[in-house]
Design a binder for this molecule. Structure first.
Ligand code: NAP
Length: 317
């Protein structure tokens, strides 16, 4: 069975894959072009892409050999599932193993935004720091503040747990229906997004990207947020209208934001780059050694199950 891995994976996973299959790795880690991805569809049995690859209908239509797209990552909005399904191609992902890492990063962004850590570091490194004073770079406390979680799945719940048990925050959430995990967190269910936005001091986004959630946080949603509140996004860039976000940050309606993801990565919306009150991280949600290896092993488990003709552990289509 021939497997194409589109980017560098952790060494241990690449080794394990190589012991089991005929694998083409990407030693240069340079992203493949759309034409190269399309050609791969006719040359391999398994395509193992990640979020930086756009597996659209043109790519999927590029050949008839691939029968499994084994994504490295939990999000799959970069893969055209309908096109894959139409060609009988299975799709798998790597859920669960990156929940802790991504929730940790959501808290990193909450803390950095609330405590103006990016501003402080920029000030210090540029030689502008004049010393401790009672009114210097004053941020916001977390204890007693409301964290509004949008999308109460694995990462949303893990973020809420950290915020409540670690930092004394109160939890509210918006989902398509009440969730059983809410009880242990004493979390308030909001059936309307606007209701959640109006009562939250911090709003953290944890819905999948794609059609359903595109621009969920648009100008109207931002206007519905509490004055002086913060927006945190570790979900997908397309969930937020970044021009409207920049306006809300410039006007002071929002006190700050913390972002890990952008609509057209690696581009970062120009309007945000000059703003002091937004923390901008380069899609680091799952970026710790343990998690990245576990993600690879999970992708490998799906490829192995496929090779044996068994059920995929993590099917998404
Ligand atoms: P998950 O367990 O599937 O959680 C997603 C939740 O969003 C589900 O509970 C789902 O509700 C809810 N949802 C979906 N559409 C919604 C809508 N229109 N309105 C309200 N709620 C909606 O997924 P996860 O493992 O927590 O991951 C969430 C997302 O995080 C991924 O899809 C990925 O894009 C992103 N992510 C980013 C990073 C990073 O590096 N920054 C890392 C990992 C993941 P139901 O329960 O009703 O289906």
């Amino acid at each position: 069975m021939r497997v194409l891995v589109t980017r560098r994976w952790p060494e241990a996973v690449e080794r394990a894959l190589g012991e089991r299959f005929e694998v083409i790795l990407n030693d240069t880690d340079k992203p493949l072009s759309q034409a190269e991805l399309a050609a791969a569809m006719g040359e391999f049995d398994v395509l193992a892409p990640t979020v930086s690859d756009c597996i659209d209908a043109d790519v999927i239509g590029g050949g008839d050999r691939v029968k499994l797209i084994a994504n490295y990552g939990v999000g799959f909005d970069h893969i055209d599932l309908a096109a894959a399904k139409a060609k009988g191609i299975a799709v798998s992902n790597t859920p669960g193993v990156l929940t802790d890492a991504t929730a940790d990063l959501a808290l990193t962004l909450i803390l950095m935004a609330a405590r103006r850590a990016g501003e402080g570091e920029r000030e210090l490194r540029s030689g502008q720091w004049t010393g401790w004073r009672p009114t210097h770079l004053i941020g916001s406390a977390l204890r007693g503040k409301v964290l509004g979680v949008v999308g109460f799945g694995r990462i949303g719940v893990a973020t809420a747990e950290r915020a409540k048990h670690g930092f004394g925050m109160t939890i509210a959430y918006y989902a398509r229906g009440p969730k059983p995990e809410a009880e242990a967190l004493d979390a308030e269910f909001c059936a309307e997004l606007e209701d959640l936005l109006g009562k939250s001091d911090f709003v953290s986004l944890h819905v999948p990207g794609g059609g359903d959630t595109a621009n969920l946080i648009d100008a109207a949603a931002l206007a519905a947020m509490k004055p002086g509140s913060y927006l945190i996004n570790t979900a997908r860039g397309g969930v937020v209208d970044h021009d409207a976000l920049a306006d809300a940050l410039k006007s002071g309606h929002l006190a700050g934001a913390g972002l890990d993801v952008y609509p057209h990565e690696p581009q970062v919306p120009e309007a945000l780059l000059d703003l002091e009150n937004v923390v901008l991280l380069p899609h680091l949600g799952s970026a710790n050694a343990e998690t990245r290896e576990a993600m690879g092993m999970r992708a490998l488990a799906n490829i192995e199950a496929f090779a044996k003709g068994g059920d995929l552990p993590d099917p998404v289509a």
